[in-house]
Design a protein around this ligand. Structure first.
Ligand code: TXA
Ligand code: MG
Length: 325
């Protein structure tokens, strides 16, 4: 379904009934449920095959809606004023008597809030309740950045999929948490750390990714394709699928079984927007390995490299991704 006025009202109705709707956001497509309805939220975990202890991001239509559910310190408010609507999620203390179902925050006393751009905000306004929404993909699979990708993966499990074309940013939101005067980066994402640092005039506090229990979605092999992933490739091996970046090719690029370039011109925004779609397409070719050319770490390059490292993380041989989580 498209995203005209009627589609927005239909989506709000379906959500009010406690059903799941896949909604477009500027980052990735979300698998949304009414955040105040425990059964509906449980449906998200069921559809994704996701473990229950993983807290979800709660999407609001504006700062006023955020204020209903969370305690907002002045620095968090500044970040909201500067970057909302947009690809920034803030982790905040939950208000004590909240109507948000405890399953959303997996029992934590904090809540991750985000105001998305585009049609999602209109649906939330029409429903007048926040939406819990992780990325619309089976747990451990690549995040969906288009309606057909959602349909492929979860089509049979969702009441409605709204189609607003490919996601503009293509990477999940950046997650931060204000800690006194400092801002902690819990997950690099679609808003570059530098943009936040320029506003606050200070470096973000980067937590040790390996001990990052605070954002369990940061687990290694969270974004795993079926193929193995080889990073920082300067020399391509015969039969590999090549995920290229920029104008210059790795040695042996012509030996690749298939190749897609994230951005011919080396533009990191363009690369971010293409990342999940291209990974999925290369994975579909059936090569044993996806070889990835080096990608710089500045700007959105940090989040792109973060997702690639997770995609490349070894999976324990005796366990499925589901079991590891
Ligand atoms: O761009 C996005 O953020 C997408 C779109 C749909 O909005 N959503 C998304 O949600 O990526 P999800 O549920 O896949 O990611 C949730 C992340 C996880 O890393 C989770 O651990 C973290 O947010 N998180 C949620 N609540 C938290 C909390 N209270 N404290 C710390 N981390 C939290
Ligand atoms: Mg996800």
């Amino acid at each position: 379904m498209g995203t005209d006025e009627q589609a927005i009202l239909t989506a709000a109705d379906v959500l009010a009934e406690g059903k799941l709707v896949a909604i477009p956001t500027e980052t990735v497509y979300g698998l949304a449920a009414d955040a105040t309805n425990g059964n509906a939220v449980a449906g998200i975990f069921e559809a994704k095959g996701r473990p229950h202890f993983n807290p979800l991001i709660c999407h609001v239509s504006d700062v006023a809606m955020a204020e209903r559910y969370a305690l907002i310190d002045p620095l968090s408010r500044r970040l909201m004023d500067a970057f909302w609507p947009g690809p920034l999620t803030l982790v905040l203390p939950l208000k004590p008597d909240t109507v948000i179902h405890p399953l959303v925050a997996a029992g934590l006393d904090t809540i991750a809030l985000r105001m998305p751009r585009g049609v999602a905000g209109k649906i939330i306004s029409a429903l007048d309740r926040p939406l819990a929404a992780p990325s619309a993909n089976t747990s451990g699979k690549i995040s969906a950045t288009s309606a057909p990708a959602v349909e492929d993966d979860l089509g049979l499990k969702i009441a409605l999929i709204l189609d607003a074309g490919p996601s503009e940013v293509g990477l999940e939101s950046t997650i931060v948490k204000v800690d006194g005067d400092a801002v902690q980066l819990l997950r690099p994402g679609g808003l570059a750390a530098e943009d936040i640092e320029a506003l606050i005039g200070e470096k973000l506090k980067r937590i040790d990714q390996r001990s990052a229990i605070e954002a369990p979605g940061m687990l290694a092999s969270h974004y795993a394709p079926a193929a193995g992933v080889r990073l920082n490739v300067h020399e391509v091996r015969e039969g590999e699928a090549l995920l290229a970046f920029g104008p210059a090719r790795a040695i042996g690029a012509e030996l690749a079984a298939a190749s897609l370039n994230l951005s011919e011109s080396g533009n990191l925004r363009e690369a971010a927007a293409n990342l999940f779609d291209f990974m999925k397409r290369l994975d579909g070719i059936g090569s044993a390995v996806i070889a990835v050319e080096p990608i710089p770490f500045n700007g959105l390059g940090e989040a792109i490299n973060d997702r690639l490292v997770r995609a490349a993380a070894p999976r324990l041989p005796s366990m499925t991704v589901e079991q590891i989580k």
